[in-house]
Design a protein around this ligand. Structure first.
Ligand SMILES: NC(=O)c1ccc[n+]([C@@H]2O[C@H](COP(=O)([O-])OP(=O)(O)OC[C@H]3O[C@@H](n4cnc5c(N)ncnc54)[C@H](O)[C@@H]3O)[C@@H](O)[C@H]2O)c1
Length: 295
């Protein structure tokens, strides 16, 4: 298994950047890819904020990271991306305690859950994976600009290739399919990155969308079939640590600033679906998101 895993590991972040005095926020960092991303940033000396729903699970991840990295500057803060009140409370608290933010990793996500709505009435995939991170980024943007050069990494997926944005059915009420709902939200991550990069030109804040690879994690928990497939194909899946590499590359690699707005996989620029390159859809999604969130 380790041999096959190594073969399918994909790219490795080769940056030697050290991050003393740097501040990073990683959403959903209590498990999976997010935890490994936070651990690597902590190892490089950053002050790392684990932004997660469950404080107890967050604290257990933080203790593990502190012990593994000898960095005591790892903090846990409550963030539920399915509730805009929680997102606003997190941002308010963070802005009050930190004067800088250099790296924001929008990593948290849900996949193929049964039809449900967030506290604000948005379909859960769209609400958590896209709108939650859209609002969080919006609230932290001034701090990112003040701390420039700084970066925003949006964890998307290769699944975005099969997605479309159904503007007339964003709440899933006319028709709901949990596979489409997930891939729509991952396409939204790619389009958000594109439009954000366009709007941030000249500010020193750059942004990247990422496919982490097919990674062994708890993400598939809502699908019996995927759980089975993930088990069967375990040796071919990336470990969470391998899955963190492209997020780390986009957060740390020198000289990729001119690639802001692009989509990365295996630590290099990757092909984006035509729908993910559509500037009109990106702008429309931005406007609709602002309208839905009242910003
Ligand atoms: N695992 C894969 O094969 C794979 C492939 C492509 C993309 N991704 C993406 O990678 C990212 C990380 O996924 P993972 O594989 O580590 O899965 P994971 O389930 O281990 O991690 C997801 C994290 O998001 C958090 N989360 C979920 N809902 C939340 C909410 N409402 N508020 C705050 N946090 C919330 C979870 O608690 C968890 O910590 C996701 O965005 C996922 O779409 C994963």
């Amino acid at each position: 298994v380790p041999y096959i895993r190594k073969h399918f590991a994909g790219g490795v972040c080769t940056s030697t950047a050290q991050l003393p005095e740097k501040v990073a926020v990683v959403t959903g960092a209590n498990t999976g890819i997010g935890k490994e991303t936070a651990k690597d940033l902590a190892r490089r000396g950053a002050r790392v904020y684990i932004a997660c729903r469950d404080i107890l699970k967050g604290e257990s991840a933080a203790s593990e990271i502190r012990a593994a990295t000898k960095n005591q500057q790892v903090f846990v803060r409550k963030l539920d991306l399915s509730d805009t009140k929680s997102i606003r409370a997190f941002a308010k608290g963070f802005l009050a305690e930190e004067k800088q933010l250099h790296i924001l990793i929008n990593n948290a996500g849900v996949m193929m859950c049964p039809y449900s709505k967030t506290a604000d009435g948005f379909e859960t995939h769209f609400g958590v994976n896209h709108l939650g991170h859209f609002l969080l980024t919006h609230l932290l943007l001034e701090r990112l600009k003040e701390s420039a050069p700084s970066r925003v990494v949006n964890v998307s997926s290769v699944a975005h290739h099969f997605g479309s944005i159904y503007f007339r059915n964003l709440d899933g009420e006319k028709y709901y399919n949990r596979v489409f709902a997930y891939i729509q939200s991952k396409l939204a991550n790619v389009l958000f990155t594109r439009e954000l990069a366009y709007r941030l030109k000249g500010t020193g804040v750059t942004t990247y969308a990422v496919h982490p690879g097919i990674v062994q994690s708890e993400l598939v928990r809502h699908s019996f079939v995927l759980c089975l497939l993930w088990r069967l194909f375990t040796p071919f899946l990336k470990s969470a640590q391998q899955g963190a590499q492209t997020s780390l590359h986009c957060a740390l690699a020198e000289g990729i600033e001119s690639q802001s707005g692009r989509y990365f996989s295996d630590c290099k620029k990757a092909w984006v679906s035509p729908k993910g390159r559509n500037n009109k859809t990106a702008k429309r999604l931005w406007d609709v998101s602002c309208e839905l969130l009242g910003i």
